[in-house]
Design a protein around this ligand. Structure first.
Ligand SMILES: Nc1ncnc2c1ncn2[C@@H]1O[C@H](COP(=O)(O)OP(=O)(O)OP(=O)(O)O)[C@@H](O)[C@H]1O
Ligand SMILES: [Mg+2]
Length: 350
C-alpha cells in the first residue's frame, strides 16, 4: 500500500496539475492552421503552439507536408517521424513536434488494422505505397488527419490526455476542405471495414467543437479573398471555422490626419521642404526633386494603408475572431517567435 502511494505521487509529480483551459478556444483540442501559401502558416502554427503551451501545458505541433518547416522554425535538426521536444514555453510548458511521414504512417496503419507484419519491405519493393497514395489521395489524407486525431485522443481514456492541444500546420486554403473532409474523400474507397471506421472516427473529432480551423492571411486583396472563400467553404461543409490570423502587419508611418492629406494631395509641402532642409542632404540633390519623391511615396503609402483598412473591414464582416501579428523586423528567429506567441496570448488566441 505504502509503495503504491509513493508510486502514485511520483507519477503525479512528473506533471503539474492540469491548468484550466483559457483563451477564446477552451473546448478546442485540435487547432488546424491553414491559409494562403506563404502568408505565415508555419510561423503562426509555431507561435500558437508556444502560446497554448505557456503556463505549464503540453502541446504537439505537427506538420504533414514533409518540408521540415517546424525544424527550421525552431532551429533544430530535421525531425524524425517521432515526437520530439522542440521548445519550452514561457512559465513552463512543453512544445513537442512531429513531422508526419506519409509512407511510415501508411505502414503503421496497415500493421495496426490488417495485422500485416513487416509490411514495409514487401510493399516498398512492389511500389505499393506510391500506388496506394497516388490512386487514393483520400487515403493519404485520412492517414495524416488520423495521426492528429490519435494524438488528440491519446490518454483520454485514463482521464489524463497526453497533450492539452494539438496544432496542425496544415495544407493551404485551396486544399483544406478536401484534406479535412475525409469521410467524403474515402467514401468511394471504402463503405465498410477499418478505413471506413477510421475515417468516421476522425470525422467525429474534426467536425466537432473540439476542432478549430484557423486561417492565416495578410492584409492584401488576394489572401483576404482566399480567406473569405475558405471560411465560406468550411461553413458549407460543416467544418468548424476558427480565428483569422492577420500576419505581417506593418505600422502606418503617418498619423490618420496625414494619411488623409497624403491621399488628397494636400500634405503641407512647406513643412516637408523644411524637414528636408533640416536633414542637410548632400548639395548635389535637388530639394524640389526630393520633395516630389517624398510626396509620391507618401501618397503610395497612404493608398496602401487605405487598402489595408478596406481589407480589415472585409475580414471583420465574417464575425470570426481576428488576431493581428506585426511584421517582425529582421524576420523570424526564436526570439521573434516567442514575441508573436506573447501577442497571441494577449489577444486571447490562447
Ligand atoms: N510576422 C512575421 N514577420 C516577419 N516575417 C514573417 C512573419 N511571419 C512569417 N514571416 C516570414 O515569411 C516567410 C513565410 O512564412 P511561413 O513559412 O511561416 O509561411 P507558410 O504559409 O507556412 O509558407 P508555405 O505556404 O510555403 O508553407 C518566412 O520567411 C517567415 O520567416
Ligand atoms: Mg509552411
Amino acid at each position: 500500500m505504502v509503495t503504491l502511494l509513493v508510486v502514485a505521487s511520483a507519477n503525479k509529480s512528473k506533471r503539474p496539475a492540469r491548468k484550466p483551459a483559457r483563451g477564446d478556444w477552451p473546448a478546442v483540442r485540435l487547432h488546424v492552421v491553414s491559409g494562403k501559401g506563404g502568408t505565415g502558416k508555419t510561423t503562426v502554427a509555431g507561435a500558437l503552439a508556444l502560446a497554448l503551451a505557456s503556463g505549464g501545458r503540453r502541446v504537439l505541433l505537427m506538420e504533414v507536408e514533409g518540408r521540415q518547416g517546424i525544424a527550421q522554425l525552431f532551429d533544430t535538426a530535421p525531425l524524425p517521424y517521432e515526437e520530439r521536444l522542440v521548445a519550452v514555453a514561457p512559465d513552463g510548458g512543453d512544445v513537442f513536434a512531429l513531422a508526419v511521414d506519409t509512407e511510415a504512417a501508411l505502414l503503421e496503419y496497415l500493421e495496426m488494422f490488417y495485422n500485416i507484419r513487416r509490411a514495409g519491405t514487401i510493399l516498398r519493393k512492389v511500389g505499393a505505397i506510391d500506388f496506394a497514395t497516388t490512386i487514393a489521395p483520400g487515403l493519404r489524407d485520412v492517414l495524416l488527419t488520423g495521426k492528429a486525431i490519435e494524438a488528440v485522443k491519446r490518454g483520454e481514456r485514463s482521464g489524463e490526455p497526453t497533450y492539452d492541444a494539438i496544432v496542425l500546420d496544415a495544407p493551404p486554403t485551396g486544399r483544406i476542405t478536401r484534406f479535412l473532409n475525409v469521410t467524403s474523400e474515402v467514401g468511394g474507397l471504402a463503405k465498410v471495414g477499418p478505413i471506413k471506421s477510421q475515417s468516421d472516427s476522425v470525422m467525429g473529432v474534426i467536425a466537432s467543437k473540439r476542432t478549430a480551423v484557423h486561417l492565416v492571411t495578410l492584409l492584401e486583396e488576394m489572401p483576404v479573398q482566399e480567406t473569405l472563400d475558405g471560411i465560406e467553404e468550411l461553413r458549407k461543409n460543416n467544418l468548424p471555422c476558427g480565428g483569422v490570423f492577420v500576419n505581417m502587419i506593418r505600422k502606418p508611418r503617418l498619423n490618420p490626419a496625414e494619411i488623409n492629406q497624403a491621399l488628397a494631395g494636400t500634405l503641407d509641402v512647406a513643412n516637408v521642404r523644411a524637414g528636408i532642409k533640416a536633414a542637410s542632404l548632400p548639395p548635389r540633390l535637388s530639394i524640389d526633386k526630393v520633395v516630389d519623391a517624398l510626396l509620391t511615396e507618401a501618397n503610395e503609402h497612404a493608398q496602401r494603408v487605405a487598402l489595408e483598412q478596406t481589407e480589415r473591414q472585409r475580414l471583420g464582416a465574417t464575425d470570426q475572431p481576428i488576431y493581428e501579428l506585426p511584421e517582425m523586423n529582421g524576420g523570424i528567429d526564436l526570439g521573434a517567435l516567442y514575441a508573436l506567441a506573447r501577442l497571441l496570448r494577449q489577444q486571447g488566441a490562447a
